[in-house]
Every structure is written in structure tokens, then in C-alpha cells.
Design a protein around this ligand. Structure first.
Ligand code: GLC
Ligand code: MG
Length: 565
């Protein structure tokens, strides 16, 4: 067995701007940036747009095709910016529109496309339309932009229906009317700071099309669409005495009245028509926690381009379960002609380097506190590298979350008083929430803030163990996770794995083995090493090999002599 180092040129388009090739999104690797935690340029302890621009070389060196920016719009940050007060501006803490334009231009120069977050289900209570609705009377045009209802019971003191907020407690909050009396209720599927728009109202539809045009005109390459399956609610907002959390399944053939209603599709079709009037290929990516065959309906040819694969993300480190998740996702998306996407981490779930460091199943969004059982970090990282190598060999588009390329673990011992996720308070300190995956990145091994900021007071505190993961440390270590990611992305590009096709090969029940074109991929989920086929050339391995594939490892190889030179 030999180890070749093809070291492919990162990209032929490095200085030529995004390649004009069609269907870039079908095989793209898209890197998610959570602006608050990526890099802070002005020393206020919060990441910002100029901080991102200054660090874009990191993404170019990594070899990604695009980046997705979580919200950077003006926001009171009740839900980390997913409570938007103005859809067509930049929050001063993140910079200015000119800073956004500079980021976009620099990314395009590096050959990296830019996708921004669209949050159409709800805004912030600070949005001027909601403030106007509060000031206006029940039944007014202003209130008709949202879901205002009278309460139940004689004095209207009970919520209009039984829906629960995704962040615990009721999905309704009662307002005080202009005369000082307790009045109507408004619907919020998430935090009370996030009132749901009424998508039955044409004015809401028009306003969002204006927002799409605003960013498309500036040159963005697409939108990631937040909880897009919730926009349309069943008429009459009927009660739903069944679960509404997690991956939503129909009950007796009916979807819950707040999810996946048929009416969402005409909205996406209208957006698609609008995007298609622009040059290049501007894309829509659906965030919808639906089973694969339901999510696939959102990405039929005249709707969105792709949808996050939560079926894959939710699957534990088990070979049969993963193989089923892969097969089901590919089948569901192939049936509508859409690419499958792959994702292991994002800003809402425990980082996979920690998730896989537990033996049993893990609550993805619940978070872990210092007194809870802690993950085995070494085991988690081994499995995370193996899982990523498996994922990046699959055809379709892949999403990476900032920090996973340095094997960053979840912060599972964050001081409780530092927590910002609204679910922590709303659950009465039962659910810790998602702050542990949002802690600012370590860029260097030096204080203060490991290169993230010149202030030691970062918006969430960084643990001392983040130092060892710093980008600067890994840049100088050839065996680092950072170099492993670079290598995988370069090979994926060179052998066009993103547009390939997989075939499963026979293997023992603790091993997954498949081919994608010339490349063979093997993952060992078992406790014992397994022998590798003789006469192979290894291209990349998540752990070092000695003729065997060790436990919790993935290898990419070819048969000796098949690679063209
Ligand atoms: C999406 C976002 C999450 C947010 C929620 C409400 O799931 O990813 O961060 O809390 O929508 O906007
Ligand atoms: Mg800042």
C-alpha cells in the first residue's frame, strides 16, 4: 500500500471569480458562517462582517465552493439574529451594507459564492411592521400582517389554540392594547420576540419578494430559507394535540396545521421564478425538519434547489442506520431530480465531534452542562473525522459548519449564566440549548480570545481547551484535522465525487464500503481493525493505517494503478 499525495491545485478559478458553469450547487461544498462567532474585527467581543472578510483566505485554502451566512441583519438577538428587525440592512454590531458588499466582492474574487439567510416565517417584535401592528387596533390592516386573534374563555385570557412554541411554553403572547387593557394574542412558533408573519396576506408576499430582489441585486448567489415549511398555517389555526417538535410526521395522513401545508409550494414557485430572472444560478436551500420524501416535495424542479438532509444529520454512528439514511435520502431526492445534501453539524445541534463521543443517542438541540456526563473527546473526534470522510465522498452537495474543519468540540461545560439561547429561560432551566456550538472560533493559540477578538470578553466565553484546536496550530501540523479536510475537499473536487454515483460493496456488518467512480470508501464502525484489500493505493485516511483499517476510521483508496497520471 502506498500513500499518494496528489495535492491538487485548490481551484482553477481562484482569481477568476465564480466559474460560470451550470449547476454549481448540485455538487457544491457550502461552509456555514455564524457571523457572531467567526471573527471580530473591532474588538467588541462579537464577530462581524469585516472580520469575516479578513479571514476569507481560510475558506479559499480549505477549498469550499460557497459560504452561507447566518443572519447579520438588525436584530435584538433574542434568537441569535433569527429575530430580524429589518431584512434589508446590516446590524451595526456586524458592520454596514458597504461591509457586506466588500465581503461579497472578496468572496467572489476568491471563487467563493455567497448564500444569505432568509427568515420568512417570523420577524422581530422590533420590526417596524410589528410595532405598527401593536399600535393599531384589532382588525386593522397592520394586524393582518401577523396572526392576531382574540383569546379563548370569557375574558379572552386563554391562548387562541393549543400550539406550543418550539422554545417551550405556548406559541401565543397576549398584548396590551392602546387603552392599557389586556387584549389580543399574537402567534409565535418560536420566541415571543419572533411574531409569525401571516403568509395568507399578499402584502407579506410582496414585501418578501422585495427583500429577495434587494439581495439578488447586490449579487448574492442564493438564500438558505429558515423554517420554510412553517410559512402557511392550516385555515382556522385548529388545535393539534400531537407532537410538533423534531422531525414532523403526518398523523392519520394529515400534517400538523403549522407544518408542511400544501400552500407553501406556490410561494416557493414564485420565488424560483424570480430567482430565474437573474444571471448565473441563484439558489434556494430549504430548512425543513421533514422526512426525506416530504422535504423532496419542496425541491421539485420549479421550487427550491436543495434541502438540508436532517435525516442524515440525525442518524447515530451506526452502519446500518447510516446506510439506510443515505439510501432513503438519495431515493427521495432522485425521484424529483434534485441533488441530495449532506450535513453533520450546524448552529442548532451539538457538534458532531462531541455527539459521536457519547455512546447512546444524544438530544441534538438540548445542550450539555458542566454537571452532565461529558463526551469522550478523543473518541468523538476520531468518529467525526471518519463521518466527515464518509460524507464528503457522497454525491450531491455538502454543508460544513464553521469550526468542524478544525475538529472543534461542542462546549459542554459553558457556565450557565453565560447562556443566551432563549430556550434555557423558557424551559425553566431544563433545556440548556444551542450555545455550546456557537462559541467563538480559536484562530491562534494566543490570548486574548485565541485570535477571535482583541477583547477577552467574547460574547460567549471560550474554554481554555479551545487553544489546542487553533487554526494556526493545525496549519503547521500535517496530520491535523484541518489538513485532512483540505485533502478531502481537494480529492472530492479532483475526482468529481459530488457529481458521481455510489454503489455499495459487500462488507461485514460493522463496515460500510462503497465506490464513487474510481474511488472506494470504507468505514469501520466496529471495535476491531479490519484488513484492507491488498494492492490498494490510499488517498486519504481519517486515522493512520497499517494494512488494516482501525476502529472508527474511514479510508479513501483506489486499486493500484487505476489513477491516470
Ligand atoms: C431555524 C434556525 C434556528 C432558529 C429557528 C427560528 O431552525 O436554524 O437557529 O432558532 O429557525 O428562526
Ligand atoms: Mg465586532
Amino acid at each position: 500500500m502506498t500513500t499518494a499525495d496528489p495535492r491538487p491545485a485548490r481551484t482553477e478559478t481562484a482569481t477568476a471569480g465564480p466559474a460560470a458553469d451550470d449547476d454549481w450547487w448540485r455538487s457544491a461544498v457550502i461552509y456555514q458562517i455564524y457571523p457572531r462567532s467567526f471573527a471580530d474585527s473591532d474588538g467588541d467581543g462579537t464577530g462581524d462582517l469585516p472580520g469575516i472578510t479578513a479571514r476569507l483566505d481560510h475558506l479559499a485554502d480549505l477549498g469550499v465552493d460557497a459560504l452561507w451566512l447566518s443572519p447579520f441583519y438588525p436584530s435584538p438577538q433574542r434568537d441569535g439574529g433569527y429575530d430580524v428587525a429589518d431584512y434589508r440592512a446590516v446590524d451595526p454590531r456586524y458592520g454596514t451594507l458597504a461591509d457586506f458588499d466588500a465581503l461579497l466582492a472578496r468572496a467572489h474574487t476568491l471563487g467563493i459564492r455567497v448564500v444569505v439567510d432568509l427568515v420568512p416565517n417570523h420577524c422581530s417584535t422590533q420590526h417596524q411592521a410589528f410595532r405598527a401592528a401593536l399600535a393599531a387596533a384589532p382588525g386593522s390592516r397592520e394586524r393582518a400582517l401577523f396572526h392576531f386573534r382574540d383569546g379563548r374563555g370569557q375574558d379572552g385570557s386563554r391562548p387562541p389554540n393549543d400550539w406550543a412554541s418550539m422554545f417551550e411554553g405556548p406559541a401565543w403572547t397576549r398584548v396590551t392594547e392602546a387603552d392599557g387593557r389586556a387584549g389580543q394574542w399574537y402567534l409565535h412558533l418560536f420566541d415571543p420576540g419572533q411574531p409569525d408573519w401571516n403568509w395568507d396576506n399578499p402584502a407579506v408576499r410582496e414585501d418578501f419578494e422585495d427583500t429577495l430582489e434587494f439581495w439578488l441585486d447586490r449579487g448574492v448567489d442564493g438564500f438558505r430559507v429558515d423554517v420554510c415549511d412553517a410559512l402557511v398555517k392550516a385555515p382556522g389555526l385548529p388545535d393539534w394535540p400531537h407532537p410538533t417538535h423534531g422531525v414532523i410526521e403526518p398523523v392519520d395522513g394529515a400534517m400538523p396545521p403549522m407544518w408542511d401545508q400544501e400552500g407553501i409550494h406556490e410561494i416557493f414557485r414564485a420565488w424560483r421564478r424570480l430567482l430565474d430572472t437573474y444571471d448565473g444560478q441563484r439558489i434556494l436551500c430549504a430548512e425543513a425538519w421533514l422526512p426525506p420524501e416530504r422535504a423532496a416535495r419542496i425541491i421539485r424542479p420549479d421550487e427550491m434547489h436543495q434541502a438540508f438532509n436532517f435525516r442524515f444529520l440525525e442518524t447515530a454512528w451506526r452502519p446500518v442506520a447510516l446506510r439506510d439514511a443515505i439510501d432513503e435520502s438519495l431515493a427521495a431526492n432522485d425521484a424529483v431530480g434534485a441533488p441530495t445534501t449532506w450535513v453533520l453539524s450546524n448552529h442548532d445541534v451539538m457538534r458532531h465531534a462531541s455527539r459521536f463521543g457519547y455512546d447512546g443517542p444524544v438530544e441534538l438541540e438540548h445542550g450539555v452542562g458542566a454537571d452532565d456526563p461529558q463526551p469522550d473527546r478523543a473518541l468523538g473526534l476520531r468518529r467525526a473525522r471518519a463521518a466527515t470522510a464518509l460524507m464528503l465522498a457522497l454525491p450531491g452537495s455538502a454543508y460544513l459548519y464553521q469550526g468542524e474543519e478544525i475538529g472543534l468540540p461542542e462546549v459542554t461545560d459553558l457556565p450557565d449564566q453565560a447562556r443566551q439561547d432563549p430556550v434555557w429561560e423558557r424551559s425553566g432551566h431544563r433545556i440548556r440549548g444551542r450555545d455550546g456550538c456557537r462559541v467563538p472560533l480559536p484562530w491562534t493559540d494566543r490570548p486574548p480570545a485565541y485570535g477571535f477578538s482583541r477583547s477577552p470578553d467574547t460574547w460567549l466565553p471560550q474554554p481554555a481547551y479551545y487553544r489546542a484546536y487553533a487554526v494556526s496550530v493545525q496549519r503547521d501540523a500535517p496530520d491535523s484535522t484541518l489538513h485532512f479536510y483540505r485533502r478531502l475537499l481537494a480529492l472530492r473536487r479532483r475526482y468529481r465525487l459530488g457529481t458521481g454515483e455510489i454503489r455499495w460493496r459487500a462488507s461485514s456488518d460493522q463496515v460500510l464500503h462503497f465506490t464513487n467512480g474510481l474511488i472506494q470508501v470504507m468505514t469501520n464502525f466496529g471495535a476491531e481493525p479490519v484488513p484492507l484489500p491488498p494492492g490498494i493505493q490510499c488517498l486519504a485516511a481519517s486515522r493512520s493505517l497499517d494494512g488494516n483499517l482501525p476502529s472508527d476510521a474511514t479510508v479513501w483508496f483506489v486499486e493500484q494503478g487505476v489513477l491516470p497520471h
